[in-house]
Write a protein that binds this ligand. Sequence first.
Ligand code: MG
Length: 143
Amino acid sequence: MKPRIIFDLDETLGTALVNSDSIVGFNLRQGCLALLEKLQPKYDLILWTVSNRAYLNKMLKAELGKFFKETYSWDEIQQNWKDIRIINGDYLIDDCSYYKKMANQIGLGDRYIIVPAYGDARDEMEPLLWIKIIEQILLSTEP
Ligand SMILES: [Mg+2]
């Protein structure tokens, strides 16, 4: 069985592309597709967002959809923090540091890879920093 990596959606892989008032697609952040392509042979990729299912399904219609073996939204899991044990995840990649703080309390903090949010100050300065952070951690524990 491959290790399971859970990805957050918004501000981790990109942001919704909005045209006037409606969502027309997903704006992938730099390096996103290359990263997913690289990880897919070695890991099962899971998507977990706290947005609702209707929103998630819209995002999955874009090229992002083909990478994920399972997807979860607020409609399926109503949790204030993403506990990776709920869906048997080995890692969570997310822009929300609160999840790691919670995971630290149960000794799982090293499984939570927190990346700069898409478009924040650190990301603007170094748009591929998020990729470096992920690869550094995953390469050291490569299956
Ligand atoms: Mg997020």
